[in-house]
Design a protein around this ligand. Sequence first.
Ligand code: ADP
Length: 481
Amino acid sequence: MEPLAKTGGLADVIGVLPKKLNEIGCEVRVILPYYKEVRNNLKRLKLKVRDLNRDVIVTIDWLPYKGRIKETTVEGVKVYLLANDNFYDRDHLYTTPHGDYRDNDLRFGFFSIGALEIAKALNFRPDIIHCNDWQTGLVPIALRWKRHYNNDLFFKKSKTVFTIHNISYQGLFGKDLLDKFGLSHSLFNPEQLEFYGRVNLLKGGILTSDLVTTVSPTYAHEIQTKEYGYGLDGVLRAVARSGRLAGILNGIDNEDWNPGTDKALYAHYDPRSLEGKYENKARLKNLLGFNTNGHVPLIGVISRLAHQKGIDLIVRALHRILDLGAELVILGTGDKGYERLLKQVSDDYVDNFRAIIGYNEAKARRIYAGSDMFLMPSRFEPCGLGQLIALRYGAIPVVRATGGLLDTIIDYDESRDNANGFIFDHFSEQSMLNTIERAITAYHDPPEWKRLVKNAMAQDFSWKRSSREYLDYYKTLFAGG
Ligand code: ADP
């Protein structure tokens, strides 16, 4: 949950959706593990944390594990933090540079059951328990299939919603997970929790929730196909057939992402006056050591360095992108192989390419503001927030036609009047290059480009619409009593 802990877009969603739901009449509480990162951010932001003086106990493998409930408030949203230093006082959330934490089953099983126990300890009876990604899979699984929870009167009226933010992360564990969490061995079959010899928490969450959502309409279709379903396409086709699958586009927080007020920027701007944007570009170029004068487009990339994001395509085409007469800056962290590769090539090009390895929000903001184009050649993209932020900052998205990118970007050649970016279909260097070239051609027609930038900046992908949609779906779960 932004600003407490973040690895990607999920944090942005939880940072805003609860706030927006509160504004339209819901009473939302968020539950998070009390990660080390959360503790550090609370300190940094000078947010007060209250120890509620209450413990919850979760039994794992017959042993009682204790969690302490803490509470804080983030922009009016009440957040409960489940503290257990043994599980969460670590440098990373899920994965270290050397791989996943080996006890992630315990860490997130404890969290899921702990969340139910927190609701009980605080006597907060939720109408909706909205779970996100495999880390929370055991919540609906327990409510449906775990003894004591499946007939617990406390949750009798609660409905579960499960949001898939990225189907490629599924939470796969050995069969012993069933013993650890007191689940029957009879659940270990392909119709229920088994997935090719392992327990799949995402699959369990999908099967046992009242409603499954994902973060864009196109992704909701894609995950029902072999190409994008990561082995769960059959399960999702069944869920869709039963009318339990919905695609709801994410939004961005327009107050937070606002080039008119963003404190990280060198100058402020809005669609009516773009002078500030040009100044951001000049300062950014200076900082990057790009000393070209004149009219050269600057392309930004801000991304997790992961296979999903098509970083390999950029690396392979790098030389040719720069040959098209563009400059390129990449900000990202993630896969060590990509990090090394990018550092290596960064040394080869000093004038027009820089790779900044690291996670840095202020730098990200300056790149969104200083770039003319924003490149996102994703293999798949459940929703994608990068392109939405880029639109708001007037950096024209150049994206691959997949998932939420397809739902948010309209290609320049499709409709000049409504266009806000450039799209390529085929995941290949050549398609990407052709499309970057189209964008660069448009860039060299300044009045036309300015119109495109203004169009892009005027678009509204705020949470207002999405939060209403979530609320409407929540309500359907109670229709008919
Ligand atoms: P995903 O959730 O798959 O990583 P999204 O596009 O949905 O991708 O969200 C990515 C979010 O993380 C955006 O807000 C983006 O600005 C931010 N981000 C990604 N990498 C970095 C980085 N290295 N430094 C700062 N922000 C980053």
